[in-house]
Ligand binder design. Structure first.
Ligand code: SF4
Length: 327
């Protein structure tokens, strides 16, 4: 179902990326740091959809913002289309921000309620000076139709649309500048389940038509499964497992991934897994656990997990895991 293995040069390459944020609760208190992302490495190929999943606060949205250089990494490298953009200057970022667009979770706050939706879709073309006023308007009509809306809706305001329709408008706006890469940050989480699949299908159609590459960020593994060729699982800022989608679902190797998968309801008796309930809360990213960051909640932990950090290693051709016990 999902294609795996890609021997082209990656479009995006992230190498040992880290981000920490300073926090100080009071003036007298010493500064401490939240380690949002640690030692993160993965690649995304042209035309691929890479799903990044994990619980809220695991660092997946920070990763999306780092790629767009909306935040500066503390360490590591980001290479886009063969070019190191980790420390790209403002002039270089301009082209990058045209090439890489982001779609956020909440289509209600992504659109200005006082701006007509046609003008909102046209705005990025004005900013990047693409075409003339006439051709921009024509392009807006074309994009409205591509995302399943009507041309005569150009002059309507965001409040006249449903959540799913607003996400279509946001997608049309993202596509207005002909990007190559879309960071989709929980793009369907705020939508009803029936609408979610319509938007996921639309994302797939648009990907095929415009040869787009996606980083698809979500907390829900079943949503990510629908659209991704490969999936990376994050926990407390660390990538703990990465595999082609089918392999991750049939043969999860990290105890955290196994727990996430066991929580997905299924109607197929042969696919049913025993529910793994993780004990305790996710630890604070200010005081990361020693050794394996998952050890305080891991049902399979052994004494050395408290001390020795598990390195990411290949357990089969396309399957990487950071766990001492994974085979
Ligand atoms: Fe669990 Fe140890 Fe593996 Fe971490 S390294 S996931 S604590 S078994």
């Amino acid at each position: 179902m999902h294609e795996t293995g890609n021997h082209q040069a990656p479009l995006l390459e992230i190498h040992q990326l880290a981000k920490k944020f300073p926090v100080r609760r009071s003036f007298l208190q010493a500064k401490t740091y939240v380690q949002a992302v640690s030692n993160l490495s993965f690649t995304i190929h042209n035309g691929e959809t890479y799903g990044l999943v994990g619980e809220s606060g695991c660092g997946k949205s920070t990763t999306g913002r780092l790629l767009l250089r909306l935040q500066d990494p503390t360490a590591g490298n980001i290479t886009y289309n063969g070019k190191d953009i980790t420390h790209a200057r403002e002039s270089e970022l301009r082209q990058l921000r045209k090439d890489i667009q982001i779609v956020f979770q909440d289509p209600y706050s992504s659109l200005n309620p006082r701006i007509k939706i046609g003008d909102a879709i046209r705005e990025p073309m004005n900013i990047f000076r693409i075409g003339d006023p006439g051709s921009r308007k024509k392009r807006v009509y074309e994009l409205l139709q591509k995302v399943g809306l009507q041309q005569d809706q150009y002059d309507r305001y965001p409040h006249e649309f449903s959540g799913g329709q607003r996400q279509r408008i946001v997608l049309a706006r993202a596509l207005a500048v002909n990007p190559r890469f879309l960071v989709c940050d929980e793009p369907v989480s705020a939508l009803d389940v029936s609408v979610q699949s319509q938007i996921l299908n639309l994302l797939q159609q648009l990907q095929a038509e415009y040869q787009l590459t996606y980083l698809f960020i979500a907390h829900d593994l079943s949503v990510v499964r629908h659209i991704s060729q490969r999936i990376g699982v994050m926990y407390l800022g660390h990538l703990v497992e990465e595999a082609p989608t089918d392999q991750l679902f049939s043969d999860p190797a990290h105890p955290y991934t196994q727990a996430l998968l066991s929580a997905i309801p299924t109607t197929k008796p042969n696919r049913r897994r025993e529910r793994i309930v993780l004990s305790g809360d996710v630890p604070s990213p200010i005081h990361l656990p020693s050794g394996c960051v998952f050890h305080p909640r891991c049902p399979a932990a052994i004494p050395s997990c408290r001390e020795v950090v598990p390195l990411m290693r290949m357990i089969s051709e396309h399957h990487r895991v950071a766990c001492h016990l994974a085979k």
